[in-house]
Design a protein around this ligand. Structure first.
Ligand code: C2E
Ligand code: CA
Ligand code: CA
Length: 701
């Protein structure tokens, strides 16, 4: 029977109420009830309980019209059965109430149906209420599920398969990433995606896990319809029936392609050179190690490393731009690779240096033969954007056991041999030997010290006077740099200039010499009111990196000295090699009044024909040229003809390294314009040079 009935009785007199209660009790119920006999009662009581029913006794003169109550109930949205106990004279009225929503009408003269109706109404009410609760719960859940589905669908690639792995659902993202249409996917298995990089065993484990109803988590590489690949991180959730058998799998995938590509790139970058795609130093060393192992266990050939460095590659970058430089490096790498074949391994070590590991030869001599052939092959013209480029490379060779048995040592030795080639004969080949090592060590030490030396101002500039034979006055000076090494004492420029040139330190060094020279000129101008001219040596490397013209303009402005006070000395090699680059710069210099001297004439190509092409004012004949000059000798005749030809071209001639009076006299006879050498003075410090200027009378001997 459950909880007692809870009834609100609306009646006009107490008697009526008792009658109703008696009737209910007579049928075995003990209702909880309240009575409303006025509108106030109604208003108060209606909210007091959770009424199972409202019983309205309807007489011809009711205290409150029942229709008003029913409407009030509706307006309050209270779902309480509204039962009318009607007297026969009110039947019509009561029927109206029924159509307005009353639950039932009971004949007031015969109440036996009352408890039955009350019970029924209570049952229905409970049912209605439960239904309402369930419905709102259901609606809420449904909304939540829809929302979750939406969220899952938005963020993930989702697919559902049946127990046998046949796809029954895919979301839009699945369609998008795979490139297959929904129609193509539904009904087929995941095999359509041709997953890669998983073994048979992996798949067996996979199926075992999910068939047991366990969640599987892992990464899968799939193939799109267009053949390209994509990576997904996948979670597969099996769904089981009540009997425990899996009836479907929901797979949620995340696209991790970008991450995978980045990871792949990282591994690639760790071992390969981006520009040429060649193995890098680390991988190359590992390969040497491997070949050494094979060689030691009689499974492979004699490991030889060839180190090669492009000669003058900076020039390509400088004149054609770095993009062209990159292209050419790639072409070059390709050439090496193709020539050396598949058993060889090529690496790029720095911008313009490569190394090749070969194992096809029995001895270093055979390796050398091969290297020579490779070198010739690389010399072949490279046609590039309408240019015919001619590149050479300097080679160094080292084999297993030659001063080293470990990968790193062998490679280093090959590089040392290559540096040796660079130093001695650019474009040729050297095989490693121990003495090279010592020399390189010394040079490396010097190179290190050079860097520090520039920072610590260990350099000074000396000035050597050059005598004008006609006027018997100091025509000009040459600035010569000196290094006061903290341990080694004075180091000759012959020892450190080449190193400075190879390491780029020549730039700050030259700048320093220029600044010092300008200070010297300025100080002489200020203290003596005398304008002196000083020549500065310029290495080819300075022209490659710097527009020396801008330096001159800057120096002139800062020190307020005329352009004519500075001369530059360039070597034959510079003039010959990069004519197309250097000539315009030199012409600019000449145009502002800077005189240009050709240094060391006679040591290199010694060809007068190209002198015409350069904007020169002076030719300096190298000291070695004077060594064998005696009156009437072959050398003397050559010297005379050089001086005459130079004069024909409008050039002045300086003879360098004049130490003896005899030389001095001969040169005078030969109409040489100027002489420089210990006979006049050694290179002097700034103070000594000032001193010299003060004392110099023109008297040589
Ligand atoms: P260089 O330009 O031919 O300079 C002349 C060299 O001959 C100087 O050697 C000078 O001291 C030396 N010399 C002068 N008169 C005599 C002589 O009568 N007898 C002998 N035996 N030698 C004489 P230094 O100062 O040792 O310079 C050597 C080379 O170093 C220079 O040769 C030049 O090529 C280079 N150099 C020196 N200073 C600089 C510099 O500031 N920049 C650049 N790029 N190179 C420099
Ligand atoms: Ca010089
Ligand atoms: Ca010289």
């Amino acid at each position: 029977m459950g909880s007692p009935l809870c009834i609100l009785i609306v009646a006009s007199d107490q008697e009526e109420v008792f009658r109703i209660i008696r009737e209910i009790k007579s049928q075995g119920f003990s209702p909880l009830y309240q009575v409303a006999m006025s509108k106030e009662d109604w208003d108060k009581r209606i909210h007091e309980e959770d009424w199972d029913s409202i019983l309205v006794s309807f007489r011809w003169n009711p205290v409150i019209p029942p229709m008003n109550l029913l409407l009030d109930l509706k307006s309050k949205q209270l779902d309480i059965p509204f039962i009318i106990i009607s007297h026969p004279e009110n039947y019509n009225e009561s029927l109206k109430l029924m159509s307005a929503g009353a639950a039932d009408i009971i004949d007031a003269t015969n109440l036996f149906r009352l408890t039955h109706v009350l019970e029924r109404e209570r049952r229905e009410l409970v049912f209605r209420r439960e239904k309402e609760v369930t419905q709102s719960y259901l609606e809420k859940s449904l909304k939540e599920i829809q929302f979750q589905n939406y969220a899952v669908d938005q963020a993930n690639i989702v697919s559902i398969t049946d127990a046998s792995g046949i796809i029954t659902y895919v979301n839009d993202k699945f369609v998008q990433i795979s490139g297959f249409s929904e129609n193509e996917l539904i009904g087929s298995s995941h095999r359509i995606l041709k997953s890669q990089e998983k073994s048979k065993e992996d798949w067996e484990n996979f199926w075992q896990t999910i068939r047991q109803g366990k969640v599987w988590h892992g990464e899968i590489k799939n193939t799109k319809k267009d053949g390209s690949s994509y990576w997904v991180e996948t979670t597969i959730v099996p769904f089981e029936d009540d009997d425990g058998s899996v009836f479907q799998y929901i797979a949620i995938h995340h696209d991790i392609t970008n991450r995978k590509l980045a990871e792949g790139q990282l591994t690639h970058d760790a071992f390969y050179d981006n520009l040429t795609e060649l193995p890098n130093r680390a991988l190359f060393l590992a390969r040497i190690e491997q070949r050494i192992f094979e060689y030691n266990s009689n499974q492979g050939g004699f490991p030889i490393v060839i180190s090669l460095n492009l000669d003058n590659f900076r020039r390509i970058n400088h004149s054609l731009g770095s993009t062209a430089g990159d292209d050419i490096l790639r072409i070059f790498a390709d050439r090496i690779n193709k020539f050396c074949g598949i058993s060889a391994i090529t690496t790029r070590l720095t911008a313009d240096s490569f190394a090749v590991l070969v194992v096809d030869f029995l001895s270093i001599e055979e390796g050398l033969d091969f290297a020579i052939r490779l070198q010739d092959h690389l010399k072949e013209i490279i046609p590039y954007r309408g240019y015919d480029l001619y590149l050479t490379a300097s080679f160094g060779l080292a084999g297993f056991g030659m001063g080293g048995k470990e990968a790193e040592e062998i490679l280093k030795n090959a590089e040392i041999a290559m540096f040796h080639t660079k130093e001695n004969k650019v474009g040729s080949i050297c095989t490693f030997s121990e003495d090279m090592k010592e020399k390189i060590h010394y040079q490396l030490e010097i190179q290190n010290d050079l860097r520090k030396g520039i920072e610590r101002s260990e350099f000074i500039v000396f000035y050597q006077p050059i005598l004008d034979l006609k006027s018997n006055e100091i025509g000009h000076w040459e600035a010569l740099v000196r290094w006061k090494h903290p341990k080694k004492g004075m180091v000759s420029p012959i020892d450190f200039i080449p190193m400075a040139e190879n390491s780029g330190l020549i730039l700050p060094l030259t700048k320093f010499v220029l600044e010092e020279t300008a200070k010297f000129i300025q100080s002489v101008l200020e203290t003596r009111g005398k304008t002196i001219v000083v020549a500065v040596n310029l290495s080819p490397q300075v022209f490659q990196h710097q527009n020396i013209f801008h330096w001159m303009v800057d120096i002139k402005q800062r020190y307020e000295i005329p352009y004519e006070t500075i001369q530059v000395e360039i070597t034959e090699s510079l003039a010959m090699k990069n004519m197309e680059e250097t000539v315009p710069i030199l012409e600019n210099l000449r145009d502002i009044g800077v005189k240009i001297a050709l240094d060391d004439f006679g040591t290199g190509y010694s060809s007068l024909s190209y002198l015409e092409k350069l904007p020169l004012s002076i030719v300096k004949i190298d000291k070695s040229f004077l060594n064998n000059v005696t009156a009437g000798s072959k050398e003397a005749k050559l010297l005379v003809s050089i001086i005459y030809m130079a004069h024909d071209l409008g050039l002045k001639v300086v003879a360098e390294g004049v130490e003896e009076i005899a030389q001095f006299k001969l040169l005078g006879e030969f109409k040489c314009d100027m002489i420089q050498g210990y006979l006049i003075a050694k290179p002097l410090s700034r103070e000594d040079a000032n001193h010299f200027l003060e004392k110099f009378t023109g008297q040589i001997y």
